[in-house]
Design a protein around this ligand. Structure first.
Ligand SMILES: [Zn+2]
Ligand SMILES: [Zn+2]
Length: 195
């Protein structure tokens, strides 16, 4: 396990919980909290604290997701990724953008081997290797009568963006990525995990 992963809070089964995962405390009713400020306009906020309550794997905390995307921090171990360092995005084949923050190569190698969802997906998981990425804003523009959310992708920091809906996440568009199937990258190119 990489050292940055070893110090993450654990779930009840002892598994390290990635930094971008949402946590729920016993008195949390699961309501979506919306707030507003000058910079972001209306946006979803979240009071959760890693290590407090129960993590919900598969659900990202919007506040930390946005921080990690903006600050070039690893979605697993939460640490900075050096400005000249390689970034790894993990997702479906030929994904144009990613909702999950970038990872350190070592953290991506760990996730691909240990995460049951990624492991089960095998060849359908692709890694995108890049040095940099551009951001866009994922905003909820409408709630339909059936309670479904309509979303739009808005250019990052666009002056009209704060008026176009409720900001939830940032989307990362990798710049000139090299793409490889997850298992191929792991076998041939990924850094080896510490023994
Ligand atoms: Zn949260
Ligand atoms: Zn990391």
């Amino acid at each position: 396990m990489p050292s940055g992963v070893a110090r993450l809070p654990r779930n009840s089964a002892g598994r390290p919980v990635p930094g971008n995962i949402a946590w729920y405390e016993a008195d949390d009713d699961g309501a979506i909290l919306v707030t507003q400020d000058h910079e972001l306009g209306v946006h979803i906020t979240c009071p959760c604290t890693p290590g407090r309550g129960t993590p919900k794997f598969g659900e990202q905390c919007p506040v930390r997701q946005r921080e990690f995307m903006l600050q070039r921090r690893c979605g697993l171990c939460t640490r900075d990724i050096e400005p000249t360092g390689q970034l790894v995005f993990v997702g479906e084949t030929s994904a144009q953008y990613y909702l999950e923050p970038p990872l350190h190569p070592l953290c991506a190698a760990y996730a691909l081997q240990v995460c049951p969802v990624l492991h089960a997906a095998g060849e359908r998981i692709e890694v995108a290797l890049t040095q940099s990425y551009a951001l866009a804003e994922d905003r909820i523009t409408e709630m339909t009568d059936e309670g479904k959310m309509r979303r739009s992708t808005v250019p990052f920091g666009h002056p009209f963006a704060p008026y176009l809906g409720v900001l939830e996440f940032y989307l990362a568009f990798p710049e000139t990525p090299e793409r490889l199937p997850g298992p191929v990258w792991l076998a041939q190119r990924a850094p080896k995990l510490p023994a």
